[in-house]
Each structure stands twice: as structure tokens, then as C-alpha cells.
Design a protein around this ligand. Structure first.
Ligand code: 5AD
Ligand code: SF4
Length: 452
């Protein structure tokens, strides 16, 4: 049997795509390996969001090339595929820069992989034209055993692409225009996942709350409506979604946060900056006060909400005073979790052309200060759950024998002692201690009996 090794970089969309590629290649006789040396096919599923991520691809390709040469010396062939967003953005350039690469395939084209691999015997290929057909129609249905090997939580892509054109971001160029999958397809996938024991679905999309897929009745469904329908799927106990844009938090979605118990009280809602001038230059289409008011509205419906965000420091032209406005917004709103980035100029995006680039030194100083504040908030949030009674979805054995590990509704890793509980169960625990990355708990009761 041939073996495939897939390495995925970047976001959850890539994690999902990597799984679907291995599912597809399984039907072509490839089994997955975690050891690159034994792979007949190496796929790098790349990320283009920041320069560092994109650069990693070429250093990794250097290593893969050496491996290919070593295997060749032993008479074994290795195919190298570059997939994902660097493939989409750089296309032919990758073949030019790294001669060991056989195939370059974009995120909307990987359903062509079996054909591309066959054709790659004769020539090196690039497939990055956005296809007319939908790749999801050409991917095999999810197999129960494959789902089970991935655990009780799953990502489900419901939407791809982005029409927002934030001036720093490559996504609208690499992933293309916004497309929502039809409700029936999503439901079918959700039912297959649930049937194989999945308890928690994270609906994913580059702009997931802009979802507007076609419903069974022919009308366009919002994310709020879709979430309500998915909450009815037997076995599915928890729903999450990411990543959202503040402009697309409509009333139906906010209402769902208040009255849909399966929808976890956790929201990743990137704000990027607290300065109105920078938000405008980023083309985010909202002010910092609009963000504050939006959070207030959501918290009114769901007072228990844990909030997370992405931030960019050192966007071109960002002054010290404007950075302080980001610090103030963070202090005002309070985040349970966050991701912080130094602005990275991306080729082809409007902000990369601006003459007012901020120095690395200033970016580093701002990043450190912001991270410090956000880390204090994260720790405070985690410590605030000590003494609370929370439901935990059990995901895997804990670090030590006799321990079991899962996640709280707020996505915090939780560990406790138990040998009587099964992965997939939801149990009620009391949090007794907060470590720096996980919470420690004692068991109170089993809140849920639908375990797979
Ligand atoms: N530089 C730095 N961070 C970026 N992001 C997107 N593009 C860039 C860039 N050019 C960040 C944003 C986004 C997250 C996925 O990545 O914060 O929300
Ligand atoms: Fe990029 Fe903005 Fe679209 Fe998010 S909303 S993917 S940051 S362009």
C-alpha cells in the first residue's frame, strides 16, 4: 500500500482540507503515515496569511527534497505536492523555486489530486484556476472509521472565501469569493459525523457568520437558523463556529447565543485594532465603539460569554496613541483568549503598498505589551472558573494514567481523575485549580448519557 504524509500549516480550514485530502487519497489506495521518511507522497498544505508562514514552506521543501533524493538513491519514488494558500498565491513560481515539487494545487482544486498525480508522471503540474464545479461534490462521503480515528470533536466547513477585502489580508485572493454550502449537504455531513460518535461540531469558514446557504425550501438560511437545525441532530451536544466578522453578527445569531443551549458560550470575534482610524484604514467597516456595543448586545443575551479575538499591531501608520486605543479596548472589553500578530505586508494587498510601514522594533514592543495584557486577562478568566461547576466533553486520556481530559464550554482544557468515564461523554465537574494552560477538576456527576 502506498503511503501519504500530509503536513498542514495555518488555520482550521487547512486542517479540514488536509483531512478531506487524506480521505480522498484513501480511495486511491494511500494510507496515512505520520513519518515523512516512509511516504510515497508528501503533501504540504500551506498558509499564506503572514510572511513567516509562507517562508516556512520553502525551508520545509528543502528538507523534503533531501528526503526525496535519499529515497531515490534506494530506488523508491516520492511525489511532492504543494497545496493550500501558498500554492494558490504563487502557483508556477513554486515549481521554479523548488525543482523537486511535482504538483501545485490550490484549496479549491484538491479534488483533482488523483488525476493530477497520474498526470504528474509525465509533467510537473499547476492547478490553481478556480473551478466551476464544487469540490465538495467530488470528494468521497465521510467514512465512519476515518471519523472515529479523529475523535469526538470535528470541524465542518460550511462556507469558504471572503468578500470583505480587509486591506492587510490575502484571503480574498487565495480563497476567492464567498461561497456557502447548501444546508442539505451540511446536514448530511453533520449526521455522518454524529453517527460516528462526534459530539461537538465547529462550523468553519473564513467568514462563517456571513453564511447564506440555500435551505431545503430554496430560501437562503442564516448561520443562526443553521445552528438551530444542527442542534437537533441526534448525538450533537455542542456547537461552535469560527471565524466571524463583527459586521455579520445579525440578530438571529445573537438570539441563538441566548437561547440555544447547544451553542457554546464562546465567541471568536476578531477586532484587529481599537483605533477608529486604523480600523478604517484596514477597511473593517466598523468603529471601536460599534464593536463595544455589539459585545454588550451579545452579552445581554448570553452574560456567560467568553470572548476571543485576533489583533494586529503595527499596521502601516499606526501611531503610539492609536496603539494605546487598542490597549484600552482590550481593557474595556476583556478577552478570555486571543491571537496577536505583528502586521506582515502581503504582496498584492493594498496595505503592503503604504509608505508608512512601522519598524520591526516598534511592532515587537507593541506586541509584547499587548500580549502581556491579554495573558493577564486569560489567566484571570481561567482562575475565575475555579470553584465553578462546568460541563466537560471528554476528548482523550489525560497526561497521567487514570486521568481523562476534555474541554469546558469556554474551550479550556480540563483534566480530572477517572477510570470509569468514556471519551465522548459529557460530565459535570467542579474546577479545583487553574494551571497555566489547563484546569484541574473533580467529578460531580454525569450530565449526559448519549455517549457513543
Ligand atoms: N499581517 C498580520 N496578521 C494578519 N492577519 C491576517 N493578515 C495579516 C497580516 N497581513 C491576522 C488577522 C486575522 C488572522 C487570521 O490573521 O488578525 O484575523
Ligand atoms: Fe481576511 Fe478580513 Fe476576510 Fe477575515 S474578513 S478573511 S481578515 S479579508
Amino acid at each position: 500500500m502506498k503511503k501519504v504524509f500530509v503536513k498542514s500549516y495555518g488555520c482550521q480550514m487547512n486542517v479540514y482540507d488536509a483531512e478531506r485530502m487524506t480521505d480522498l487519497l484513501a480511495t486511491e489506495g494511500y494510507s496515512e503515515t505520520k513519518a515523512m521518511e516512509e511516504a510515497d507522497l508528501v503533501i504540504l498544505n500551506t498558509c499564506h496569511i503572514r510572511e513567516k508562514a509562507a517562508d516556512k514552506v520553502y525551508s520545509e521543501l528543502g528538507r523534503v527534497r533531501e528526503l526525496k533524493e535519499e529515497r531515490e538513491a534506494q530506488g523508491r519514488e516520492t511525489k511532492i505536492v504543494v497545496a493550500g494558500c501558498v500554492a494558490q498565491a504563487e502557483g508556477k513560481e513554486i515549481l521554479r523555486r523548488q525543482t523537486a515539487v511535482d504538483v501545485v494545487v490550490g484549496p479549491q482544486n484538491y479534488h483533482h489530486l488523483p488525476d493530477l498525480l497520474k498526470r504528474s508522471k509525465a509533467e510537473r503540474l499547476v492547478d490553481t484556476e478556480f473551478p466551476i464545479e464544487d469540490k465538495f461534490d467530488h470528494l468521497p462521503a465521510l467514512q465512519k472509521s476515518r471519523i472515529q480515528s479523529r475523535g469526538v470533536t470535528a470541524f465542518l466547513t460550511i462556507q469558504e472565501g471572503c468578500d470583505k477585502f480587509c486591506t492587510f489580508c490575502v484571503v480574498p485572493y487565495t480563497r476567492g469569493a464567498e461561497v456557502s454550502r447548501p444546508v442539505a449537504r451540511i446536514l448530511d455531513e453533520a449526521m455522518r459525523l454524529a453517527d460516528a460518535g462526534v459530539r461537538e461540531l465547529t462550523l468553519i469558514g473564513q467568514n462563517v457568520n456571513a453564511y447564506h446557504g440555500e435551505g431545503p425550501d430554496g430560501s437562503s438560511w442564516t448561520l443562526g437558523r443553521l445552528l438551530r437545525r444542527l442542534a437537533e441532530v441526534p448525538g450533537i451536544a455542542r456547537l461552535r463556529y469560527m471565524t466571524s466578522h463583527p459586521r455579520d453578527m445579525d440578530d438571529e445569531l445573537i438570539l441563538a447565543h441566548g437561547d440555544l443551549p447547544a451553542l457554546m458560550p464562546y465567541l471568536h470575534l476578531p477586532v484587529q485594532s481599537g483605533s477608529d482610524r486604523i480600523l478604517d484604514a484596514m477597511n473593517r467597516k466598523h468603529t471601536s465603539d460599534e464593536y463595544r456595543r455589539l459585545i454588550e448586545r451579545i452579552r445581554k443575551r448570553q452574560p456567560d460569554l467568553a470572548l476571543s479575538s485576533d489583533f494586529i499591531v503595527g499596521f502601516p501608520g499606526e501611531t503610539d496613541a492609536e496603539f494605546e486605543e487598542t490597549m484600552r479596548l482590550v481593557a474595556d472589553v476583556g478577552f478570555a483568549m486571543s491571537f496577536t500578530f505583528k502586521y506582515s505586508p502581503r504582496p498584492g494587498t493594498p496595505a503592503a503598498e503604504l509608505a508608512t510601514q512601522v519598524s520591526e522594533e516598534v511592532k515587537s514592543m507593541r506586541l509584547a505589551r499587548l500580549q502581556n495584557l491579554l495573558e493577564t486577562q486569560r489567566q484571570a478568566f481561567n482562575h475565575g472558573t475555579v470553584g465553578q461547576t462546568l460541563d466537560v466533553l471528554l476528548e482523550k486520556p489525560g497526561r497521567h494514567p487514570g486521568q481523562i481530559a476534555g474541554k469546558s464550554p469556554y474551550l479550556q482544557p480540563v483534566q480530572f481523575e477517572s477510570d470509569a468515564h468514556q471519551i465522548g461523554e459529557i460530565v459535570t465537574v467542579r474546577i479545583v485549580r487553574a494551571g497555566s494552560n489547563s484546569l484541574f477538576a473533580e467529578l460531580i456527576g454525569t450530565g449526559d448519557k448519549v455517549a457513543a
